[in-house]
Ligand binder design. Structure first.
Ligand code: FAD
Ligand code: NAI
Length: 475
């Protein structure tokens, strides 16, 4: 006898578990299935984000930044530390504890919201009276029927053709988060978000890190001025970044990895490193769903094909998060999860893609929302720009962290904020003011007239907004 639910969610990453919670809040009976497990076979809900993504990477970024601060910056504050040493195993163990707390947090939330959790793989078994039959396989087997199905199966790291991940020498994000000893030399293919974050972690801990990027431009998705400032800062820290390269046939042995490549000028070079991280993007994960058997349509790149409401081609089957088009970000997955649960309940859930913020958690941090200057120029849109450097911000000086700036871009006629770009301390937190203003379709003048506490980094946002009208007060 099948177990009946109003909603069955496949995948308990940030998209799936949040969709399950919102559906339960709206009074529906909800099941959530997730296959992830710990090394000892226990359920580990939370998806890529919790297990091998956002959370463990931020734990290691924090720990390694502490190490960097003690090593290189405490002295400026008059603090001398002798006999400093790194206990990498303890650092990694702490990261694992943070992950576990988050896994347990999700399980707690399932219980609190009366969501039935199934630990195993969920696959479509066919359409039945009253919905879709989903089979759960794993340690236990179950047979579920959901009136609505939400596919939230996420993504997986993309391999370089002919170079499979072995997670010892050739590392995906998974292996990159658990290297047992700091490698003397570390190569990274792809100067994207993972390459920069994980490259920073291991550089801070002592590795000599070289990042090879195919695109001629560094951080092409960022505002050019931000990318330039970030490149300057990363280079000064010792990260070696080469853009415009063409990688040849990579060879990995038990001891090293050899990467022949052509640099931007066309010269042949070879990089030999102890370990290699390959971070060249991610691919949607639909393996194991039995999608083809029920005719669930995928697009040409393997994403589950959805419309703007996250509806698939099958009735009452929805898909959200990394497995569908759009940015592969945890908060985007969450917003889609909430919106779909609300649509199932007959409400009008909505996700505003124009105000999804991006953050890179390096030092300096990089964050942006909306359009950058290149995009506005390409659109022929008239705009005014106002920038404010952290070097002129009292709090940043007190922190000893004055790299970077805030830039506000506003429509030349209406003053509506079109984009905000930050490189500098706590950019990840500062950006939410910009998101809020843009959600309300506010103007630069609105930010400029809001009272910001002194001394805070957020004053740089106010000053950049004032600078749009050429009336910054402290610069
Ligand atoms: P996922 O989190 O991938 O979850 C999918 C879940 O579905 C998994 O648990 C999987 O096991 C399960 N599953 C798959 N198929 C089945 C099946 N058939 N049956 C049962 N279960 C199944 N994003 C940010 O916003 N901020 C960050 O700081 C950030 N840092 C990142 C760092 C790294 C190293 C990586 C790799 C990613 C990072 N991301 C970050 C991206 C973020 O992790 C993803 O965008 C997010 O996890 C997507 O959520 P999701 O719910 O769509 O999928
Ligand atoms: P990415 O898309 O950010 O960067 C991949 C980089 O690799 C690009 O610059 C691309 O030009 C380059 N590249 C591709 N093929 C290459 C090749 N053959 N040789 C050299 N360079 C090549 O992807 P990444 O870093 O793997 O991360 C995947 C996704 O995970 C991100 O796009 C993001 O959505 C998410 N993520 C988000 C984080 C955050 O929000 N802070 C942190 C980490 C990941």
């Amino acid at each position: 006898m099948s177990k009946q639910f109003d909603v069955v969610v496949i995948g308990a990453g940030p998209g799936g578990y949040i969709a399950a919670i919102r559906a339960a809040q709206l009074g529906m009976s909800v099941a959530c299935i997730d296959a992830w497990e710990t090394a000892d076979g226990k359920p580990a809900p939370g998806g890529t984000c919790t297990n091998v993504g956002c959370i463990p990477s931020k734990a290691l970024l924090q720990s390694s930044e502490h190490f960097e601060q003690v090593n290189h910056h405490f002295e400026e504050h008059g603090i001398e530390v002798k006999g400093l040493s790194l206990k990498l195993d303890k650092m990694l163990a702490r990261k694992n504890v943070v992950v576990k707390q988050n896994n347990e947090g999700v399980l707690y939330l399932f219980k609190k919201n009366k969501i039935t959790f199934f630990h195993g793989k969920g696959e479509f078994a066919g359409q039945v009276d009253g919905g879709w039959n989903i089979k759960v396989t794993g340690k236990t087997e179950d047979d579920l029927v959901g009136k609505h199905i939400i596919v939230a199966t996420g993504s997986a790291a993309r391999e370089l053709p002919g170079l499979p991940f072995d997670e010892t020498q050739v590392l995906s994000n998974d292996g990159a988060l658990r290297i047992g000893g700091v490698p003397k030399t570390l190569g990274v293919i792809g100067a994207g978000v993972i390459g920069l974050e994980m490259g920073s972690v291991w550089r801070r801990l002592g590795a000599d890190v070289t990042i090879l990027e195919a695109m001629p431009e560094f951080l092409a998705a960022c505002d050019t001025q931000v990318a330039k400032e970030a490149m300057k800062a990363f280079t000064k820290q010792g990260l070696k970044i080469e853009t415009g390269v063409k990688i040849g046939e990579v060879k990995a042995t038990a001891k090293s990895v050899t990467l022949p490549y052509q640099d931007a000028s066309g010269a042949d070079k070879t990089l030999v490193v102890d370990k290699l991280i390959v971070s060249i993007g991610r691919v949607p994960f639909t393996g194991g769903l039995n999608a083809a058997a029920v005719g669930l349509k995928l697009d040409e790149r393997g994403f589950v094909a959805v419309d703007e409401d996250c509806k698939t081609n099958l009735s009452n089957v929805w898909a959200i998060g990394d497995v569908v088009r759009g940015p592969m970000l945890a908060h985007k997955a969450e917003e889609e999860g909430v919106a779909v649960a609300e649509r199932i309940a007959g409400q009008h859930g909505h996700v505003n893609f124009a105000t999804v913020p991006w953050v890179i958690y390096t030092a300096p941090e990089i964050a942006w929302v909306g359009k950058n200057e290149q995009q506005l120029k390409a659109e022929g849109r008239e705009y005014r720009a106002g920038s404010f450097p952290f070097v002129a911000n009292g709090r940043a000086r007190a922190l000893g962290d004055t790299t970077g700036f805030v830039k506000v871009l506003a429509d030349a006629k209406t003053d509506e904020v079109l984009g905000v770009h930050i490189v500098g301390p706590m950019a990840s937190e500062l950006i939410s003011e910009a998101v809020t203003i843009m959600e309300f379709r506010g103007a630069a003048e609105d930010i400029a007239r809001i009272c910001h506490a002194h001394p805070t980094l957020s004053e740089a946002m106010k000053e950049a907004a004032l600078a749009v009208d050429k009336r910054a007060l402290n610069f």
